[in-house]
Structure formats: C-alpha cells, structure tokens
Design a protein around this ligand. Structure first.
Ligand code: ZN
Length: 497
C-alpha cells in the first residue's frame, strides 16, 4: 500500500491520475469547505426577474484594505482570531472590482465617484449630478450639464425613495443621489458664489422631497437647513443667510421630523410616509461616540419597513459616511467601529429582504492609503502591534515583531496623515516612538504614518462591489464605477425572463 507521500510523488508523473477519493487531504476541513463552496456555486442560478427593490450601500472610503481590517476587527471583537471572519457583504454571491478614478483625477473624491454610481457617468472631482462639460464652480453651466440622478429615475418608475447617511445629508455621497450643483461645497446658500442662481444642496434636498422624489431622508446637516437666527441641536447657529428654515418648510409639507433618538423612535413606519430625520449640526457622531442618535442599522431597518409598503417597490441609498472621516483622521479604531456599524446595517438589509425581488449592492466610493505591515502571526490585533508568527502553533507568539530600528510597529499604518513621524517641530525629520500595545489599541490612537498631511488622503486603487438579488450576476470582473448605475437601471426595468 502506498503511503500518502509516495502517492504525492507519483502524482507528479504524467501517467498517474488521481481518483478524488485518494486525496490524502480529502478530510481536511479547508479542503471540505472548498468542496462545499463548489457545490453551492454550481447550484447557483442567476436571478433574471425585475428588481422590485434596490438598495445601494456605500461605506465611504471603505477600500479593500479598510474592508479587510473591518473583517478581522469584527471577528476579534467576537472572540475569533479574526482572519476567518466573514462580513455580511462577503456572503453575497457576486462581486467585482471597481475602477474609481474621476475624469480629471487619478485619486478620486466622493462627489465625482458618487455621481458615477448614482447617475451612470464619470465626471470631474468635486461636482454633483452634472457631467464633465461643467467647469468646477460654474453655476451657469449646471442646467446644460445636469444628468438624471438615481432618485429621480427610480421615483419616476413609481418607486419610493430613501436616502440615509451618517454624514450630513448635504455631504457629497448622499447629495450625489439627488442634487445638481457645480461644487460639492455649495451645501447651503452661505457657500454659494455671488451671482450663482442654482439652489444650494440643502435647498435641493427639500425641493426633492416637495416634488415627490424623496420620501425618507435620515442623516446630519441641520446647520445647512437652518437660518442664522436658529440654533442647531448642538447649540451652534444655522448657516443660512436667506432666512429660510428648511426643516419648518418640510414640516409644512406634512413631513414627519426627527432630531434625536427619542423622536426617531416615535416615528411610525406604517403611518409616516414622508420623513426627515436630521440628527446633528453637521455629520452624525462616530459609532464609538454615539449618544442620542439612531444607529445606521436602526435607520435602515426603519426605512425598509416604511418603504416596503409601496406597491412599486423602493430605491434606497445607504451611506456609512464616517469610515472615510476616521481614515482621514488617521484613527483606524473609529474607521473600524464605523465599518462594523455599516456591516450591521448590511446584515439588517439582507435579513429584511428576499434575493428574489431585491437587489442589494454593497460598495465603497474610493479607497484610502491604509496598508498593512510585517509578518504578523494569526490573531494579531489588527488595530494593534504586530506579533510574531508561532512556528509551532496557530496563534501568534505574544512577542512583538521588531523592525530594523529595534522597535515594534503597528500592523496597520497610513502612507500619509496626521500621525506622521515627520513633524514640523523637528524640521520635518522624525524618529519613531516606542509604542506599547495599550497605546496602539487605544480608540484615540492615530496610526503612525510616513508623509505629513493634516488629513490623510484618498487613494485611487480599486474598491470591491458585492451584490445579491436580481441581476447581481452582472457584477463580474473589473468594471468602471458608473456601470453600477446601469446595472441598477437594468435590474429595475428588466422584463421577466
Ligand atoms: Zn474623503
């Protein structure tokens, strides 16, 4: 009888054919799991019915690297080593890589990228709902450059429309679902240049509620909706110079309004059909700091409950807006806790819907400069210091792995950002401080980075898109970002096959 080793050597000769049952690894758990995955892929059939409902979920700045770190972080929070964890979006059957550049930017911004997936065309960095013929800031070109937004297209098909963001509702990603402006900075009238007669983003949001395009909107941004004479929930003054109180205008239209957790909990998804929730002066809080504000998952749950009563279905944009902001701050801990909150919202959307009538797309608008260092052992805290690999076991050795300077290092760092080791006080020279595991895993820790910038930058690399439901199989290979709109439009308008 052959030993497995002899069998393996024989396999290298062309004359030997393996019978599957002969594999010495046939009972190995990794091998068995892979076999099971093949079976489930073989059983999969593309769903070619029309998508009654479409949910587009964006974690802003959640590039493949941030998504990877969130996967491990969530797993470690749940008591796993972490690497083996699976995020809800990673259970979706279809995925693709997405090219995120703007027409004039190798490294994109959220306005250009949002316009791409919400309108089907790539455009310049910094503009919303207009094509590339417009020069940034030129209000006079908005009318001729405007393109149809997803909210407008889906509302015209009779679908109810919801927009949810943990950022300000007037911030680039949510605004790209409904607004047409020459600059993402035009969030309220105090930002408009002299002579610009295109309404600001906040005014366009209320107009889109008034004209029946948007039914439910949850997020931050009170200061862009209130006049200077009125105070936001945070006690700061409103920004508006035109004296308009857009929240009162919405209420006068019959819109139910929420401003904190209690008023949110008082909303009734079976009765309140037009709803505006604005929970902060600017962006909503990070999940780690969240007090008296609903979670992203709570807002998604409420909105699906409300919109699913519409007989023609619904369209919903959901943005986990602050993954991006924490990355900019070089603060991985908050990026990951907001990433987990986003994953929980994805899980809610998945549980509340059927893949037979609801297309769910999960993606990011762009990536960040987050990267991962060293040869770290399994179970190394992804937001902490790199621990050495154990050659005699699975989990790391509990000993820090050191760099040439003899110092430990964090697994994750940014290529640039406020945690730069090159400081102005030191004439842009620097040395690395010696970090303890406790310091590195502190929620307020800013990762060490190389190049000094006050705000860590985006990166232009690809992001992932995950999809399930009708026409989700159209996501395959490497695609341009604007293609996401066309898939949604195709799925919504497809005839039964
Ligand atoms: Zn950003």
């Amino acid at each position: 009888m052959k030993t497995p080793l002899v069998a393996l050597l024989l396999a290298c000769s062309a004359s030997y054919a393996w019978a599957e049952t002969d594999f010495p690894q046939k009972n190995n758990r990794w091998f068995e799991a892979a076999e099971a995955e093949i079976e489930s892929k073989l059983a999969q059939q593309p769903i070619t019915k029309p998508a009654k409902n479409i949910i587009l979920m964006i974690a802003d700045g959640n590039g493949i690297s941030t998504n990877y770190a969130t996967r491990i972080f969530q797993g470690q929070q749940n008591g796993l080593l972490g690497e083996e964890n699976v995020l809800p979006q990673e259970t979706f059957p279809h995925s693709a890589l997405v090219k995120t550049y703007n027409v004039n930017a190798q490294t994109p911004d959220s306005a250009g990228t949002g316009t791409a997936f919400h309108s089907g065309v790539k455009t310049k960095a910094g503009v919303l709902g207009v094509d590339e013929t417009l020069n940034v800031g030129d209000c006079s070109a908005v009318e001729s450059a405007s393109i149809a937004s997803i909210a407008e297209v889906m509302a015209a098909e009779g679908k109810a429309v919801g927009i949810i963001s943990t950022a300000s509702l007037t911030d680039a990603t949510p605004a790209s679902a409904y607004a047409h402006v020459a600059s993402r900075r035009f969030e309220d009238d105090s930002d408009l240049p002299e002579g610009c007669d295109v309404p600001d983003i906040a005014a366009q949001l209320i107009e889109q509620i008034k004209n029946g395009t948007i039914d439910v909107a949850f997020g931050g941004g009170q200061r862009h909706m209130l006049p200077e004479s009125r105070k936001t929930i945070e006690g700061t003054a409103g920004n508006r110079k035109d004296g308009r109180n857009l929240i009162e205008e919405a209420k006068a239209l019959g819109v139910s309004y929420a401003w904190n957790e209690a008023s949110f909990n008082n909303l009734d998804p079976s009765a309140d059909k037009l709803v505006l929730g604005v929970f902060a002066a600017g962006h909503m809080q990070y999940e780690y700091d969240r007090k008296d504000q609903p979670s992203l998952a709570d807002m998604v749950k409420w909105t699906i409950e409300a919109l699913q009563d519409n007989e023609n279905g619904y369209y919903l944009t959901v943005e986990g807006g602050r993954v991006d902001h924490a990355n900019h701050a070089g603060n991985l801990y908050r990026a990951l806790t907001d990433g987990v909150a986003f994953a929980e919202a994805v899980a809610v959307a998945k549980e509340m819907t059927s893949d037979q009538d609801t297309l769910i797309i999960v993606t990011a608008d762009h990536a960040h400069t987050l990267s991962f260092n060293g040869y770290c052992g399994r179970g190394t805290p992804i937001n902490g210091l790199c621990m050495a690999i154990d050659n005699n076991g699975v989990k790391h050795t509990n000993k820090m792995h050191l760099m040439l300077d003899g110092k430990p290092y964090s697994v994750a760092s940014y290529l640039n950002g406020p945690g730069s080791i090159l400081t102005e006080e030191n004439n842009w020279f620097g040395t690395r401080s010696v970090l303890s595991q406790e310091e590195a895993t502190d929620p307020d820790f800013k990762q060490q980075s190389l190049l000094p910038t006050p705000s860590e930058t985006h990166s232009g690399e690809d992001v992932a898109v995950y999809a399930r439901g009708p026409w989700a199989h159209l996501f395959d290979g490497t695609v341009e970002q604007n293609y996401i709109f066309n898939v949604m439009n195709h799925a919504a308008s497809a005839k039964e096959r």
